[in-house]
Design a protein around this ligand. Sequence first.
Ligand SMILES: [Fe+2]
Length: 157
Amino acid sequence: MNDFVIDQGFDAYTDEDHAVWRTLFERQSKLLPGRAAPEFVDGLKALGVAADGIPDFEALSDILEAATGWRIVAVAGLVPDDVFFRHLANRRFPVTNWIRQRAQLDYLQEPDVFHDCFGHVPMLFNPVFADYMAAYGRGQTQAWRHRGPALLARLYW
Ligand SMILES: [Fe+2]
């Protein structure tokens, strides 16, 4: 079955792509103290390897896997629900590989690599959350098999 995983294409990122990442990373990091859960902030420290530019998913996955058994896989954008939750069930988090343009710093209609990596990956460093997400993926995958309706998927989104 198609898992929608693609090569990250790390070498194709331009200097401007990495600069946009750094701008977003610095800006969002500053907003967190006093707002974000301590678990997220801890995870972000682990993600600190990504402060310099768009992270290489392989290198980041090695760090993440050592912490909680999760890996990051590259996708081109949103993937179908059944594919997404099957990845979660197998401790793989799909991350969009492209980054927004500088003119889109504040708002973007669909998730890009910054949204997915900065927004979602830090919590995957937390063992309790990491187990919960994998269980959620398994629950949704089983629910499809038995009943069909994608209620857990709807709740997730
Ligand atoms: Fe998201």
